[in-house]
Design a protein around this ligand. Structure first.
Ligand code: C2E
Ligand code: MG
Ligand code: MG
Length: 703
């Protein structure tokens, strides 16, 4: 066929477009003729011979109504209807059929097939009215069709998954996004319970979460999924989802099912987590920034005050970082900061935090501390870690730090003040030369804290064998030989290192530990002296310092006797050194004690003589053996004439009382020469030897 045989019939006014699909030319002519008498109805009629031509025509021209002969060649009645409808879904269709097709036509009558006419019985007026009614009905239906169509297009193109169920909770619809999200197609799961395609768990607990659809259906009201929900896809993949569910009601307001709109927020969550991380962390080191650290500090403070625990803020500032940055460049400076950040992280435990405050400043937050001393331990660890060389750009870089420490609740109760106080303390550390740490506290508090720490550690020191005795030789100035040693206590603390006796002995006295420590010293010294005589070394006296508290302890004499018995040391070889204050505090008691000791054969020496105000008459009554001139006088012999005179006076007193004189702290040949000239008996000092461990002293004794 050479193209569609189209006949157009023009009518006045706004005519509706009509298409006649008719292969019988006679019938086509007859129908066309009827349009000449259109009356009130206006149609613009086109005519085609076949269903194919109809499809082509409809693709190019909008048509309101189609007159379709169902008996077209090459197609079944139903096929003709379906194809026509598919080609013009908005158009109304009126079937032209033979008398015997009436039943078939009435069966097809539904939806878009509006009417049918029996060929040979068509009246012009009836034809036009049927066409007019079909168009009018269609126009009435059009908004509903439009809405439906729009709804379907929307559902199929929106980014959210849409899942509908019927009243029983069985799946009735999945849009393409829902299919992709669940991994199931509508075809596979239509009519199946929702839970088969849509299994959700609570992200926090991992437990199956209650299905919101059931809730919406049960309560006939919109529902929300529990927050933080995970959808387990068909392939097992986990997706974070958010949703809302609403029941669907039919035209009578009855519940007809539910519709659920679900959004995959996995990416959004990851993105927002990343954004939060960026906002809260330092880009260079990856450490929490000031903002996050303040937040963590706030939380830690709340926890610590609830648990009545301590927490410390350590303000760490690098010493001389600017110099490195200026001389080696920012790139190296940055690498150094990164390296420092890593070291700091290694120094802390899990509940603690490290943050970068800015520049070369870091904050370390230590929570859950038992004692402020723990912060000191951490500060030392940090200083040590930072001081180790940093290998950057093929070279070892050295950097030190200053650390300021503030403690909650002692120094402040809020985050801001704690940080400010730690900062102040850090400046104190810098002022004292850097590479050290300082507590933020008044001097009083520092001393109190320090004493407390020392006291606690001292209790453990003996168990941990941290205490030792060193021995300083005493030289006879006439013969030049060693005639005695003084036992001096040494404490090597695992963290503090060597703690001077002048520092910890007053603490031991104040805390009541001195008798225990003193007894240990006495036993140790006596054992050592006995061991030396046993190995055949020349007999030397063993001078042991005894503090006033120790001496006044009720058990002292008994202890001493027991130790002498136990070690078998000749009491003549034991010298007890006491300071003048002992004499002055309880003169009578001391005198009695000295008497007993003297009777036992033990020698008695007044240490640091000249510092106190002992009366000569009192000294004369005591059974003493020697006076020791304090190192503080000896060291000033060469510089001030008054001290020379003082030393001469002490030697004079000793002589008049018939006592030996020992000068201690002799460091120079000049001091020695002066003492010799003044007929001093013995000396002790660095000029000859420092206090040494027993094994090292043996070589001096045998020399
Ligand atoms: P001290 O009994 O007057 O001891 C002498 C101090 O002078 C020792 O200090 C000694 O190391 C130091 N010294 C010795 N030669 C020189 C020198 O040439 N130059 C200088 N600058 N110093 C020198 P150390 O060992 O620090 O003892 C300090 C004080 O601690 C002692 O003074 C004593 O009062 C007390 N102490 C030491 N060990 C004990 C002990 O076992 N028991 C008791 N109760 N007190 C002790
Ligand atoms: Mg002494
Ligand atoms: Mg002394």
């Amino acid at each position: 066929m050479a193209g569609p045989a189209e006949v157009k019939q023009m009518n006045k006014g706004t005519a509706n477009a009509a298409l006649l699909v008719e292969s019988d030319p006679g019938l086509a002519d007859a129908i066309r003729a009827m349009f000449n008498q259109q009356g009130p109805y206006a149609f613009e009629l086109s005519h085609v011979n076949s269903i194919e031509d109809a499809e082509r025509h409809l693709a190019a021209h909008p048509v309101d109504v189609i007159l379709l002969d169902v008996a077209l060649a090459g197609t079944s009645e139903l096929d003709a209807v379906l194809r026509t409808h598919a080609a013009a879904p908005h158009a109304s269709i009126i079937l032209l059929c033979a008398e015997y097709d009436r039943q078939l036509a009435s069966n097809i009558l539904q939806g878009d097939v509006q009417d049918y006419l029996i060929k040979g019985k068509i009246e012009p007026h009836e034809l036009l009215r049927a066409m007019h009614n079909a168009v009018a009905r269609k126009e009435l239906q059009e908004p509903r069709f439009g809405n439906m169509n729009r709804a379907m297009v929307t559902l199929n193109s929106i980014g959210d998954a849409v899942i509908c169920t019927d009243r029983e909770g069985n799946i009735s619809f999945l849009n393409p996004v829902a299919e992709a999200m669940t991994g199931w197609t509508l075809k596979e799961v239509a009519g199946h319970p929702l839970t088969e395609a849509f299994c959700i768990i609570d992200a926090a607990t991992g437990q199956i979460a209650p299905n919101p659809m059931t809730k919406a259906l049960g309560e006939n009201s919109p529902a929300k999924m529990p927050v933080n929900c995970i959808l387990i896809r068909r392939d097992g993949q986990h997706l974070f989802i958010e949703d809302s569910v609403a029941p669907i009601r039919d035209s009578n307001g009855m519940e007809a099912g539910a519709v659920m709109v679900v959004r995959d927020v996995t990416l959004a969550r990851a993105l927002s987590a990343q954004l939060i991380h960026l906002a809260e962390h330092d880009a260079l080191t990856g450490l929490p920034n000031r903002l996050l650290l303040n937040d963590r500090l706030g939380q830690a403070i709340a926890r610590a005050s609830r648990d009545k625990a301590l927490l410390a803020v350590l303000f760490v500032d690098l010493d001389g970082f600017k110099l490195i940055n200026d001389s080696l460049g920012h790139r190296i400076g940055d690498q150094l900061l990164e390296s420092v950040a890593k070291r700091l992280l290694k120094c802390i435990r899990t509940p603690d935090s490290v943050g970068r405050q800015g520049g070369d400043e870091f904050i370390v937050l230590l929570s859950d501390m038992q004692r402020p001393e723990d912060a000191a331990i951490a500060a030392k660890r940090i200083l040590k870690a930072i001081a180790k060389p940093h290998f950057i750009a093929n070279r070892d870089l050295h950097i030190a730090a200053s650390v300021g420490v503030s403690i909650f609740p002692d120094d402040a109760l809020d985050a801001e003040t704690l940080i400010r106080n730690a900062d102040t303390a850090m400046y104190k550390a810098k002022e004292s030369g850097g590479q050290t740490f300082k507590f933020f506290q008044s001097e009083m508090n520092i001393v109190a804290l320090e004493r407390q720490a020392i006291e606690e550690d001292l209790r453990l020191a003996m168990e941990r064998s941290e205490l030792a005795l060193h021995y300083q030789p005493q030289i006879d100035l006439k013969s030049g030989g060693i005639i005695g040693v003084e036992a001096l206590l040494r404490w090597t603390h695992p963290i503090r290192g060597s703690v001077p006796p002048a520092h910890f002995i007053p603490i031991a006295e104040a805390s009541g530990l001195m008798p225990v420590v003193g007894t240990w010293v006495l036993r140790e010294a006596c054992k050592q002296a006995r061991a030396w005589t046993d190995t055949g070394l020349p007999a030397t006296t063993m001078a042991v310092n005894v503090s006033s508290k120790q001496l006044r302890d009720a058990g002292f004499l008994k202890q001493l006797t027991a130790i002498l018995d136990e070690t078998g040391l000749d009491p003549q070889l034991l010298e007890i050194e006491v300071t003048e204050d002992v004499l002055m505090e309880h003169p009578e008691l001391t005198a009695r004690m000295f008497q007993i000791l003297h009777e036992r054969g033990v020698h008695l020496v007044i240490d640091d003589f000249g510092a106190g105000f002992s009366s000569m008459s009192y000294l004369a009554k005591l059974p003493l053996d020697a006076l020791k001139i304090s190192q503080s006088y000896i060291s000033k012999i060469s510089t001030t004439p008054e001290h020379k005179a003082l030393v001469c006076a002490i030697i004079g007193v000793a002589r008049s009382l018939g006592l030996r004189v020992v000068a201690e702290g002799v460091e120079t040949a000049e001091e020695l020469a002066f003492l010799k000239q003044q007929n001093c008996d013995e000396t002790q000092g660095h000029l000859f030897s420092r206090a040494l461990p027993a094994d090292r002293l043996v070589s001096l004794l045998t020399a």
